[in-house]
Design a binder for this molecule. Sequence first.
Ligand code: HEC
Length: 143
Amino acid sequence: MKETFTKGMARNIYYGGSLFFLLLFFALSFDTVSELPDRDNRQAINESVTLGKKVWEVNNCIGCHTLLGEGAYFAPELGNVVKRYGSKAAVKAFIMSRPKDGVPGRRSMPQFNLSEEELQGVADFLEYVGGVNTENWPPNIQG
Ligand code: HEC
């Protein structure tokens, strides 16, 4: 074997390495895309969940809250709120009970005046999100 490291060898390492990692990148991307649907909580999706997602978007809940870590850090994470509160009824009661003008002295959760159907939808939507397989994230129940 020759002792010198030639330009040709360097080029082969460059092209070979690029190709190898490109293929690895595609393989892992493919794996991720095919794994994700199984992590979803699809069987829970129904009309009420769909309505709840719409209510969630129209009222910009994400402008204050995070959902599975995404969103604003002003108000609590809601991906696990149904578990934390113990029931959807408790979550609905919280949303309904917000004072009309907010808690005096600070910015707090507003009153959205949702209809019973919308309220149920939001609760169902939050329960659905809670059922997504997040590999046990967040690591603690407060998260
Ligand atoms: C202006 C910011 C803001 C918006 C918008 C907002 N929230 Fe909140 N929310 C809060 C704050 C702040 C709290 C914490 C309790 C408090 O201070 O009122 C809270 C608490 C909650 C809780 C109880 C969470 C817990 O862990 O105690 C739920 C459930 C909730 N919000 C649902 C919603 C839903 C559903 C929407 C959209 C329809 C929404 N929030 C929009 C600010 C907001």
